[in-house]
Design a binder for this molecule. Structure first.
Ligand SMILES: [Zn+2]
Length: 313
C-alpha cells in the first residue's frame, strides 16, 4: 500500500488557526516525503451537522489538498469490530464493569503509575462476570502485557509512556478512540502520523496496540500547539480564530496561511513552504498567540523575510 500521512479532525465545529496550523504541518510532512495525504473525519463522538463541509472548505482555502475520498470513522465499524475480535481471540481483552467513580476510588496497585486502570476486572471469575453483566453493560479493555512502551518521534526523540489496560470499546458499544485510530491508520496505509503534542501521552498505548494487531507502527511527529496568552490551548472563545471570523475582520485565507507558515518559520505560500520544509528547523515550543494580533497588525514585511531564503509566491 502506498504510504500516506493524514489529518483527522473531529467534526465538532469550525477549525481554528491552531487546528489549521497542525493540518498544514501534517500536509507539509506528507508532501515533502512523497506521501499521499488523507483526510479522515473522526466522528465517533462529536459530529455537528455541517461541520465536516466547513472544515474541508477551510482546509482547501489555505492550500491543503488531499488524495481520494474523505473517510469517516463511523463508516468503518466493521473494521474496528474485526480488530476487536482478533484481540479477543488471542485472549487480549476482558470485560470491565467499573464506573468512573469505582476506578477513581479503587486502591491502585503498588507502584502503579498515576492514571492507570487499577485492574479491578482483570481477573473476575465467570460467575462474577455473569453477576456484573446483569447490572450494567461491560466495556472491553485490553489485557496489556506491559506497563510502559516507548515510541520514537521525529520532534521528541524517544518517548516512553504508560500502557495500561485501556478501554477498546466503551460500555455504550462505541469503539474507543485508541482502537479506532490505530485500525484506521493501518488500514488506510498511513505510516506517518503528525498531530498536536497533546496526543503524545496516548501514543505509547497506540503503538503497543498496533504491534499486537500486527500493524507496522507509523512514524510519529507531535507538533507544538497554539496557546492563548494565558498559556491554555487556543479555543474559539479566545477571539476571531476561525477563517470565517477572520474573513469578517478583513483577514483573508491567504494572509492567515502566511501567518501560520511564518509561525513555523516558513515562507508564506504552501508551495514555497513545501520547498523549504525541514522538520529539524521547526520550533519546538508552542506558539503563544493573542488572537487580536491576527486582526490588528497589517502585513509586516520583516515578519515574512529571512524565512529560509525562499520567496513567498
Ligand atoms: Zn473494571
Amino acid at each position: 500500500m502506498t504510504s500516506a500521512g493524514r489529518f483527522a479532525p473531529s467534526p465538532s465545529g469550525e477549525l481554528h488557526v491552531g487546528n489549521l496550523r497542525t493540518a498544514l504541518l501534517a500536509w507539509l510532512f506528507a508532501r515533502s516525503t512523497g506521501r499521499r495525504f488523507l483526510v479522515r473525519v473522526e466522528d465517533l463522538d462529536r459530529a455537528r451537522a455541517g461541520a465536516e463541509e466547513l472544515q474541508l472548505r477551510d482546509l482547501a482555502s489555505i492550500g491543503i489538498d488531499w488524495d481520494g475520498d474523505v473517510v469517516r470513522q463511523t463508516e468503518r465499524a466493521e473494521l474496528h469490530a474485526s480488530a476487536l475480535r482478533r484481540l479477543a481471540a488471542d485472549g487480549l481483552t476482558y470485560e470491565c464493569f467499573c464506573t468512573r467513580r469505582e476506578i477513581q476510588e479503587a486502591p491502585s496497585a503498588p507502584h502503579a503509575p498515576q492514571g492507570a486502570y487499577p485492574g479491578t476486572c482483570r481477573d473476575l471469575t465467570e460467575a462474577q462476570r455473569e453477576r456484573r453483566r446483569a447490572e450494567r453493560p461491560a466495556a472491553i479493555r485490553l489485557r496489556a502485557g506491559v506497563s510502559e512502551w516507548a515510541v520514537t518521534d521525529v520532534l521528541h526523540g524517544r518517548y516512553a509512556g504508560l500502557v495500561d489496560d485501556f478501554v477498546l470499546q466503551r460500555n455504550d458499544g462505541v469503539v474507543a478512540y485508541n482502537l479506532a485510530v490505530v485500525v484506521d491508520d493501518a488500514e488506510q496505509g498511513v505510516d506517518q502520523v503528525v498531530r498536536g503534542d497533546d496526543l503524545l501521552p496516548s501514543t505509547p498505548r497506540q503503538a503497543y496496540l498496533a504491534g499486537l494487531l500486527g500493524y507496522r507502527v507509523p512514524e510519529y511527529a507531535h507538533v507544538p500547539l497554539v496557546l492563548n496568552p494565558a498559556g491554555r490551548r487556543l479555543a474559539k472563545r479566545d477571539g476571531a480564530v476561525t477563517l470565517a471570523a477572520l474573513a469578517s475582520a478583513g483577514v483573508g485565507p491567504e494572509r492567515v496561511t502566511e501567518l501560520l507558515l511564518a509561525s513555523v518559520r516558513l515562507p508564506g505560500s504552501p508551495s514555497a513552504a513545501l520547498a523549504a520544509f525541514a522538520p529539524a528547523a521547526l520550533p519546538r515550543e508552542p506558539w503563544v498567540l493573542d488572537p487580536a494580533e491576527l486582526t490588528s497588525r497589517p502585513p509586516h514585511r520583516a515578519e515574512l523575510s529571512g524565512l529560509g531564503g525562499s520567496t513567498a509566491v
